[in-house]
Design a protein around this ligand. Structure first.
Ligand code: FES
Length: 345
C-alpha cells in the first residue's frame, strides 16, 4: 500500500494506482475528459493536471502513478487557469452547436465549459471544411466537435478488439477515420465512450432531446447474453438505446443489433392481428378463431401421427417466460420433446 496526501488529506491506496484513482477513492473531484474507467489511461486532454510538491510542472493525474509520501494539490489558481486555457483551445474549431447536438445535456465538454464559465470561443483558427467520414451509415462523425481525446480509438481497439478507426492527419486537420473500414461492426462502442457530440447515431437524430426521453432499463432480447440496456422512450415510441458503464454482463457495451436494432418495435409492418391462409392468401382473423384453428389442427396431427409429429421452434426475441411457456406447452400439452430455440445458432 502507498500513502500520499491529496489536498492535505492523507490517503492510502494500492501500489500501481494513479493519482486520479486515489483522488476518486477520497471523493476528491478532478476534471477529466479523455479518462474512461474501462480504458487504459490515454493522457490526451490535459484537464486532470495536478501539482506535486517538488516538481516544477503539473502532471496529469490519470497517467501519474502514486508514490510514497507525495503531496498533491488538485485545485489551485494556476491549475484552474491551465484547465481553462485547455478548454478554450478545445473550442478553437468547435461549432458551438449545442442547441442541435444530440449530446446536448449529457456532454462532458459542455459541462466543463459551463463549470469554467467560458462564454465565448476566444481563439479561432482558419476554418476548414472537413468531411464527416465514417465507416457506417449508422454512425456520424462530426470533425469540428471532436476534441481528439482518442477514447473512441482506444475503445474500438481495446474493448472491441477491432481497430477499425484511428487518427489521420495532424494539427487542425487531424481527425478520426475508418482506417480499417472492413473491421467496423457498427457496434457503436465509439459513440458510447465519446465525451462530446463528435460521434452520434443517425437513427435517433431530431427525435427527442436527452432530457425529454424516459429511460427504461431492460434486457436485450437479441440473444442469450443478457446485455443490459435502456430503451429511450418518447411518446410511447423507442427512439434510441443507451447503456450504463456499471451494468453487469456488458458494462455499457453492445453489438450492432442491441444498440441500433430497435426500429422494429414501432414498425408499421409488425403483425398485430392473426392471419389465416385461405386459398393461398392471408386473411385477418379474430384471436379466438385463430386459436381454435391451431388447436383443432394440432389435435388432428397428434391423433393421426402421434405427438412426435409436432415440433416447436421458439425465439430469442421472446422473453424468458415466453420461452418457458413454449417448452412447457410442447412437453406437457402436446407431449413431445421436439422443442428448439434459435439463440444457439
Ligand atoms: Fe487525464 Fe485527459 S483525463 S489527460
Amino acid at each position: 500500500m502507498v500513502k500520499l496526501t491529496i489536498d492535505e488529506r492523507e490517503i492510502t491506496v494500492e501500489e500501481g494506482a494513479t493519482i486520479l484513482d486515489a483522488a476518486k477513492l477520497a471523493g476528491i473531484k478532478i476534471p477529466t475528459l479523455c479518462y474512461h474507467k474501462r480504458l487504459n489511461p490515454i493522457g490526451s486532454c490535459r484537464m486532470c493536471v495536478v501539482e506535486i510538491e517538488g516538481l516544477p510542472n503539473p502532471m496529469t493525474a490519470c497517467t501519474t502513478p502514486v508514490a510514497e509520501g507525495i503531496k498533491v494539490v488538485t485545485n489551485s489558481e494556476r491549475l484552474q487557469r491551465m484547465r481553462r486555457e485547455t478548454l478554450k483551445l478545445m473550442l478553437v474549431n468547435h461549432p458551438l452547436d449545442c442547441p442541435v447536438c444530440d449530446k446536448g445535456g449529457e456532454c462532458s465538454l459542455q459541462d466543463l465549459v459551463y463549470e469554467f464559465e467560458i462564454e465565448t470561443a476566444e481563439y479561432r483558427a482558419e476554418k476548414k471544411e472537413r468531411e464527416a467520414i465514417y465507416a457506417t451509415p449508422l454512425i456520424r462523425y462530426w470533425p469540428d466537435r471532436c476534441i481528439m481525446c482518442l477514447r473512441c480509438v482506444a475503445a474500438c481497439r481495446d474493448i472491441k478488439a477491432l481497430g477499425a478507426i484511428d487518427i489521420v492527419g495532424s494539427g487542425f486537420g487531424a481527425g478520426i477515420s475508418p482506417v480499417n473500414k472492413e473491421k467496423c461492426e457498427s457496434c457503436g462502442e465509439c459513440i458510447k465512450v465519446c465525451p462530446t457530440g463528435a460521434l452520434t447515431e443517425n437513427l435517433s437524430r431530431y427525435k427527442g432531446r436527452t432530457w425529454m426521453v424516459n429511460r427504461v432499463k431492460t434486457t436485450c432480447a437479441y440473444c442469450g447474453c443478457g446485455c443490459q440496456l435502456e430503451l429511450n422512450v418518447m411518446n410511447n415510441r423507442v427512439i434510441g438505446i443507451t447503456t450504463k458503464d456499471d451494468d453487469e454482463v456488458n458494462r455499457g457495451s453492445l453489438c450492432v443489433k442491441g444498440r441500433f436494432g430497435y426500429e422494429f418495435i414501432g414498425s408499421e409492418e409488425r403483425l398485430t392481428k392473426p392471419l389465416i391462409k385461405r386459398d393461398g392468401k392471408f386473411h385477418e382473423a379474430a384471436w379466438d378463431e385463430a386459436l381454435d384453428l391451431v388447436a383443432e389442427r394440432l389435435t388432428a396431427i397428434k391423433t393421426a401421427a402421434g405427438s412426435d409429429a409436432i415440433a416447436g421452434l421458439s425465439s430469442a426475441r421472446c422473453t424468458n417466460e415466453e420461452n418457458y411457456l413454449m417448452q412447457k406447452f410442447l412437453r406437457a400439452v402436446i407431449g413431445t420433446n421436439n422443442i428448439d430455440h434459435c439463440a444457439r445458432l
